[in-house]
Design a protein around this ligand. Structure first.
Ligand SMILES: Nc1ncnc2c1ncn2[C@@H]1O[C@H](COP(=O)(O)OP(=O)(O)OP(=O)(O)O)[C@@H](O)[C@H]1O
Ligand SMILES: [Mg+2]
Length: 409
């Protein structure tokens, strides 16, 4: 059984993405890699047909199940259900049982068929770093090399992390060397997610990193105009749904987390998370108009607040959001060689604020649009297009996770 793949893809924390086997990648120490893999092997004998992408976010649980369909994808089931306030705070699952209960309901209501689940970790619980190694190393030698260097490049106690690595390309300064991405996640965070999945009666088979899942959803599901014209001009180009020459920033603005992921040449080259989101505005509305949490959330989405709401509350909120975006772009430019982001793709519930893409685009002078994840995929008859369409900007992570099955970068 092949445990570590030398393929050009991003690492997954729990499971490697082998086309024929799904192998658990949970291990406590790198030097115990082989034994741990064998002892914790998820042990699936065949490729699961579909995998549930499950986003355990701060405000809700979101589930997507997709199957391959004539070279594309078909959504076979989906579900969203709000979490009780305080069940998940800043990506930490505070109430595991309450979270699992909601997941169980989402799963049952969605009529999903698979039991296999992919979830994600992110933020300060995840550290990723790169090492360059001689191209000629065998798999075993590469494992040994990562084992040697992990302590120096991962600022966590290796006894307390789950760790994975993958070759992601070549060292730009030396064609004789490969660039290897090493990713570590604090084990508590991985275990919380696995426990929720298991309590809900499902099987955790992949624990991915959020930024990788966003990038995967972008790459697999979004066909940009630039990609179409490039493919048209170049008949030898690989058939792909996106343009690898474009530098794209996916900006997800959720209830409490602002995520900024830059993708270039099919790789996540930068990612940043900040504690900012729509919850702030909901809380302000609640205080100002003396409304319950649910009433404030509904008023924000459906309107009906005083006429000065837009000027006194929504306007300043959008101003803050634009500041976050500007600062993220500046920090990105100052920390990499890349000097131009070509396109901003907005996701997350907050991206639905009317007129937001245009305002952002004007403020930063980069074209901005809301992700259209359904543009190139079909839906099974049990999935309502209009309902899913209204939820999709907030489902990008779940889509990316649902695509983690055997995905090759
Ligand atoms: N039409 C809308 N206008 C303004 N805000 C909206 C609209 N629809 C949803 N939101 C806000 O989007 C937020 C929820 O977005 P989303 O579902 O992406 O968050 P989340 O994934 O649960 O949170 P996070 O990723 O931050 O943990 C809420 O604050 C909600 O009020
Ligand atoms: Mg989210």
């Amino acid at each position: 059984m092949k445990c570590i793949q030398l393929v050009n893809e991003n690492p997954v924390i729990l499971a490697s993405r082998n086309d024929y086997y799904w192998v658990s990648f949970v291990f406590s120490k790198l030097f115990a890699l082989k034994d741990k893999i064998l002892s914790l092997n998820v042990g699936l004998k065949s490729v699961p047909k579909t995998i549930l992408g499950i986003d355990i976010s701060s405000s809700a649980i979101k589930l997507i199940e997709m199957e391959s369909n004539h070279g594309g994808y078909k959504v076979v089931s989906y579900g969203v259900s709000p979490l009780p306030p305080g069940a998940v705070i800043d990506r930490e699952i505070i109430d595991i049982e309450a979270t699992a209960k909601v997941l169980k309901i989402v799963y049952q209501d969605s009529n999903a068929s698979s039991l296999k689940a992919a979830v994600a970790v992110s933020g300060s619980s995840v550290i990723s770093n790169f090492i360059d190694v001689p191209r000629a190393l065998s798999e075993k030698q590469l494992e040994a090399r990562v084992e040697l260097e992990a302590g120096a490049i991962i600022p966590f106690n290796l006894d307390e992390v789950n760790l994975d690595f993958a070759v992601v390309g070549q060292n730009p300064l030396s064609k004789d060397e490969l660039r290897v991405q090493v990713v570590a996640c604090q084990r508590d965070y991985v275990d919380q997610r696995k426990e929720v999945i298991k309590l809900a009666g499902l099987q955790p088979v992949v624990v991915d990193v959020e930024s990788f899942a966003f990038a995967r959803a972008y790459k697999e599901l979004i066909k940009t105009d630039a990609a179409e014209s490039r493919q048209h001009d170049n008949t030898n180009s690989r058939s792909m749904g996106y343009d690898p020459e474009e530098v794209v920033a996916v900006i997800d603005i959720g209830a409490s987390v602002f995520t900024f992921v830059v993708i270039s040449q099919a790789m996540v080259v930068y990612s940043l998370e900040q504690p900012f989101g729509g919850k702030q505005l909901t809380e302000d509305i609640q205080r100002r108009y003396n409304l319950s949490w649910a009433e404030a959330g509904k008023a924000k989405r459906k309107g009906g607040l005083d006429s000065d709401y837009v000027e006194t509350m929504l306007g300043p909120f959008k101003g803050l959001l634009i500041q976050h975006i500007k600062r993220s772009i500046q920090v990105f430019y100052s920390s990499t060689e890349i000097k131009k982001i070509d396109r901003l793709m907005l996701s997350g519930g907050v991206s639905k604020v009317v007129g937001l893409p245009d305002e952002i685009s004007k403020a930063v002078d980069i074209p901005a649009e809301i992700v259209d994840l359904l543009k190139n995929i079909t839906l099974s008859s049990q999935v309502s297009r209009s309902r899913l369409l209204s939820d999709t900007p907030a489902m990008m992570l779940a889509f990316g996770l649902a695509l983690s099955k055997g995905h090759k970068w």
